[in-house]
Design a protein around this ligand. Structure first.
Ligand code: PEP
Ligand code: MN
Length: 344
């Protein structure tokens, strides 16, 4: 059930309600929507006093059942769109995701060297990217492919943040690495291959960092939302969902970008939604048209792979943009971002 608070509800009324929900044997989760606060009370109602009775308490506007299997991720529970604040660890720069800014995350697939990550970070910042990406732990199909620089890569990302002030996002693959990765990164990425690694989802749910959750190549939209639910249930509501293409019979592209996932997710959840046109297509020249589509369809941002010399990249060179092409992309997106009622 969700308990929707009145706009005028006081902190005291909220606290009283939370204690009451606990005393009745339910687990309360407070969701801070843009417009109002909502308490999601999770638990089986059988044999207990019904939550509907809370409608009589001070500050409560209504008590309603959540009909969807994803309770905390549902738009209803969030009380509208969520805004997620991402803060850079050392320089205090922050980016708000989910609001009227179209947020661009850019950087190489993998962190390869100090020179490569710094060169990329400076270039993408100059072109207008607000967040830097770079993989230090890489989920590669072949065990013989480059596996990432691990902690050394995390240190280089922290160095790139120090130089540019950009917050950084990087993938974590193992629940045992969450604390280490969170000590360097500003946002934790859960990749497509780990979307249903439930131990990892619980571990990032317990971390106090936002989570960039990528849809699996074989997961439905409902399964994506159920994975977000695992993270929310642990108390972490700062989640960004990312559509990065799904497997179909088509071979012309690496994956098939499920563009309709954006408006569907916008209807179903309060969590911000991104598109990754790089992994979705696998080809650098398809990144611009798919990025334009992302803006127009209502995504909150995009994640784009950029490499100073794609031909020499350790991973995903064929889908990586050169810095000058990325600059061009930012220029071309600008009027569309404005048309969508947003700013960079
Ligand atoms: C990545 O972002 O580098 C990555 C591996 O993406 P995905 O998990 O979507 O394949
Ligand atoms: Mn990649």
């Amino acid at each position: 059930m969700i308990i929707v608070m009145k706009r005028s509800a006081t902190k005291k009324e909220l606290e009283k309600l939370v204690s009451k929900v606990k005393a009745m044997g339910y687990k309360p989760h407070i969701l801070y929507g843009v417009e109002r606060k909502v308490i999601a009370a999770i638990g089986d109602e059988r044999g207990k006093v019904r939550l509907q009775s809370l409608e009589t308490m001070g500050g409560v506007e209504s008590v309603m059942p959540i009909l969807k299997p994803y309770k905390l991720a549902s738009r209803q529970a969030g009380g509208g769109q969520s805004l997620i604040k991402l803060e850079a660890l050392d320089r205090g720069r922050s980016v708000v995701i989910g609001g009227d800014k179209f947020v661009v995350i850019a950087g190489p697939c993998s962190v390869e060297s100090e020179q490569q990550i710094l060169e990329t970070a400076v270039a993408v910042k100059k072109a207008g990217a607000q967040i830097l990406r770079g993989g230090a732990y890489k989920p590669r199909t072949s065990p013989y492919s480059f596996q990432g620089m691990e902690e050394e890569g995390l240190k280089l990302l922290a160095e790139a943040r120090r130089v540019t002030g950009l917050p950084v996002v990087t993938e974590v693959m193992d629940p045992g690495d969450v604390d280490l990765v969170a000590s360097y990164a500003d946002m934790l990425q859960v990749g497509a291959r780990n979307i249903q690694n439930f131990s990892l989802l619980k571990a990032v749910g317990a971390a106090r960092k936002p989570v960039f959750l990528k849809r699996g190549m074989m997961t439905t939209i409902e399964e994506l939302l159920m994975s977000a639910e695992y993270i929310l249930k642990e108390g972490n509501s700062r989640i960004i969902l990312c559509e990065r293409g799904i497997r179909t019979f088509e071979t012309a592209t690496r994956n098939t970008l499920d563009i309709s996932a954006v408006p569907i997710l916008k209807k179903e959840t309060h969590l911000p939604v991104f598109i990754d046109p790089s992994h979705a297509t696998g080809h650098w020249d398809l990144v611009l048209p798919m990025s334009k589509a992302a803006v127009v369809v209502g995504a909150d941002g995009i994640m784009v792979e950029v490499h100073p010399r794609p031909a020499e990249a350790f991973s995903d060179g064929s889908q990586s943009l050169k810095p000058e092409t990325f600059k061009e992309l930012m220029k071309e997106l600008k009027p569309l971002v404005k048309l969508a009622g947003k700013t960079f």
